[in-house]
Design a protein around this ligand. Structure first.
Ligand code: PMP
Length: 408
């Protein structure tokens, strides 16, 4: 694998951007080495500045469920770009995307578009505080909800509970000063960790008892676990839902939504101020709408789920046959191979994973043309464009890499 051009670019990048990147995980710090600079991508393949080609399992960290450079999205964006980039005034495209999201998402009657998942979460929390008149927020250790102050803090008004454990949540809610409980219904930021039976419905029940709002952060799971996201998959309806990634088809979009009664507190219909110069940008709306329209075809989900199952099953049997201690967590088209542990059900169990082994696996796979997330604690994403043959190739390579790790 050649990487001199990426190396040169990274040397330039670190001079002008902190750590050489605009989002930390891209810098490969968790696995060592230099990040690859990408020139272009198509379907399931990405191509770096050195001319290497990879089968991608990152897909811009999840939004590209239809694969890279999808023609419907590209055409929609190119068409609206002829009319201007942004007007700072309403457009019909915003209504169309909002209508589409509402038609897919259970219990969502109104949405507000923003520009990222971070913004969606930050705004939903402000709304929950205003609606309940309470200051505190409960989040779960290891869940990521963007980089707003309250979601990176521990202590003060941010209270920490443990994923898949309702006892601490109940203790925290009893004081009746908690505005909302926010959770990734399936976590993707401590690796992929699935909710145990009864966890999400238990949260819903507790929130109801103590007058707290439940926020599902569906930035990863929304429109990925199915059209109705985690709410539909697990049959649990949240009070507010946050979205990002997929609803922008690769453009910077986020949204939050819920019942009219709550959403109408947002300005200008209510007193909760939240705004955005580029929110509802016509190009981003066109990309999002083209993507969600494509997701109306149920074949999308049957394909990605089938490929996800094939990959996860294959990886599990490779690690089992090799005698390596590892486990695979998967749901639908997201998965994670944890090295050095037998199961991951919360942050503490996940964080026992062997990150050095993951780094060796990551580099081994990269050298063989497979682009995985440069961190043990991120998800692997499947898109519509992955073929059975590519999954087989990936499994072959994974087996070779794991054998060579065991021999070293
Ligand atoms: N919530 C979740 C569950 C996420 O995974 C992320 C980002 N990966 C965010 C919020 C923040 O989204 P953004 O990076 O668009 O700000």
């Amino acid at each position: 694998m050649k990487d001199c051009i990426s190396k040169e670019l990274f040397e330039r990048a670190v001079q002008v951007m902190p750590g050489g990147v605009n989002s930390p995980v891209r810098a490969f710090k968790a696995v060592g080495g230099n990040p690859l600079f990408i020139n272009r991508a198509d379907a399931s393949r990405i191509y770096d500045a050195d001319g290497n080609e990879y089968i991608d399992y990152v897909y811009s960290w999840g939004p590209l469920i239809l694969g890279h450079n999808n023609s419907a999205i590209r055409e929609a964006v190119t068409k609206v770009a002829q009319n201007g980039m942004s007007f700072g005034a309403p457009t019909e495209a915003e209504i169309k995307l909002a209508e589409k999201i509402i038609s897919f998402a259970p219990g969502v009657e109104m949405v507000r578009m923003v520009n990222s998942g971070t913004e969606a979460v930050m705004s939903a929390i402000r709304l929950a505080r205003a609606y309940t008149g309470r200051p505190k927020v409960v989040k779960f250790e290891g869940c990521y909800h963007g980089h707003s102050d309250s979601m990176l803090a521990e202590g003060g008004d941010t209270l920490i509970a443990f994923y898949n454990d309702l006892t601490v949540v109940e203790e925290l809610l009893k004081k009746k000063d908690v505005a909302c409980v926010i959770v990734e219904p399936v976590t993707a930021n401590m690796g992929v960790v699935l909710p145990k039976e009864g966890f999400l419905s238990g949260l819903k029940e507790l929130c109801k008892i103590y007058g707290t709002l439940l926020i599902f952060d569906e930035v990863i799971t929304g429109f990925r676990l199915g059209k109705g996201g985690a709410q539909e998959y697990f049959g649990v309806q949240a009070d507010l839902v946050t979205y990002g990634k997929i609803i922008g088809g690769g453009m910077p979009v986020g949204a939050y939504g819920g019942k009219k009664e709550i959403m109408e507190l947002i300005a200008p219909s209510g007193p909760v101020y939240q705004a955005g110069t580029l929110s509802g940008n016509p190009i981003a709306m066109a990309a999002g709408l083209a993507q969600l329209e494509a997701l109306e075809n149920p074949d999308v989900y049957s394909h990605i789920n089938k490929m996800g199952e094939k990959l996860a099953r294959g990886l599990s049997s490779i690690v089992q046959n090799s005698g390596l201690k590892a486990c695979v967590n998967r749901i639908g088209s997201i998965a994670c191979l944890f090295f050095g542990i037998e199961n991951a059900y919360d942050c503490k169990s996940a964080k026992k994973a062997n990150t050095k082994l993951y780094a060796s696996y990551f580099h081994g796979m990269l050298n063989k043309g497979i682009y995985l997330a440069p961190s043990q604690f991120e998800a692997l994403f499947i898109s519509c464009t992955h073929t059975e043959n590519e999954i087989d190739q990936t499994l072959d390579k994974a087996e070779q890499v794991i054998i060579s790790i065991l021999q070293s």
